[in-house]
Design a protein around this ligand. Structure first.
Ligand SMILES: CC(C)(COP(=O)(O)OP(=O)(O)OC[C@H]1O[C@@H](n2cnc3c(N)ncnc32)[C@H](O)[C@@H]1OP(=O)(O)O)[C@@H](O)C(=O)NCCC(=O)NCCS
Length: 195
């Protein structure tokens, strides 16, 4: 009996590039580099992130993370990206578009990090600049949101450099490093971006 291959209905994976960087969804082969970078950046990252699960940097923890990512991507809920330098494929950090809402909202929230050795060299600004056309283009978002703890000057600055507008302060908005913390809210509209 002849076997027929059904046309795939899922869109090709997103892999935006630009400003010397490539972004793509994580795969199992990224585990060693990811775990090493996160481990050496732990002190730098933890004040600004949710508490890490105890097995976060293990292979099985990473596998679990990838399963969750695959489900989130296939249900259009969230899109995780790792960020690599194009010239040498070194991993710099990550950006996730989370909490995608469709219908009359068409919005999502970005979160991001860079490894400590790569901080303050313009990489996250470049990564967001490379990613935004995909979020407003292929993913057809109307609005991108971000939230930062007010003392996170580097994050605030990245958002300002990328054209986000400061829209307000949400009290005790997210549980970061084990405590509910106030956050500045930022937004970028498709029309702001396209000018
Ligand atoms: C936020 C983060 C991703 C920024 O990444 P990055 O690659 O260092 O950012 P860039 O180099 O593109 O830009 C950083 C900007 O902040 C400025 N900056 C950094 N630290 C600062 C400080 N303490 N005070 C004032 N400005 C600061 C830099 O000078 C630069 O601005 P400039 O280009 O105008 O000089 C990185 O700091 C990080 O991973 N922090 C820990 C995790 C985190 O905070 N995630 C975001 C949670 S909302």
């Amino acid at each position: 009996m002849a076997l027929f291959r059904l046309p795939s209905t899922s869109p090709p994976p997103l892999a935006p590039r630009g400003h010397g960087l490539v972004l793509r969804a994580p795969v199992m082969a990224d585990f060693p580099q990811w775990a090493e970078l996160r481990d050496r950046s732990r002190q730098y990252l933890t004040p600004w992130e949710p508490i890490w699960p105890s097995d976060d940097l293990t292979r099985s923890g990473f596998r679990r993370r990838l399963r969750r990512y695959a489900e989130d991507i296939s249900t259009d809920r969230s899109y995780p990206f790792l960020v690599f330098r194009e010239a040498d494929e070194v991993m710099i950090g990550g950006v996730t578009l989370a909490n995608v809402r469709r219908g009359i909202v068409q919005a999502g929230t970005i979160g991001y990090w860079v490894g400590e050795p790569f901080a303050q060299r313009g990489y996250m600004t470049a990564a967001l600049r490379a990613l935004l056309p995909t979020l407003f283009g292929e993913l057809n978002l109307h609005r991108i949101e971000a939230a930062c703890i007010p003392t996170n000057a580097a994050s605030v600055r990245v958002l300002e450099k990328c054209g986000f507008t400061r829209e307000g302060l949400a009290r005790r908005y997210l549980c970061i490093n084990g405590a509910w913390q106030d956050h500045l809210l930022f937004g970028l509209l498709n029309e702001d971006f396209r000018g």
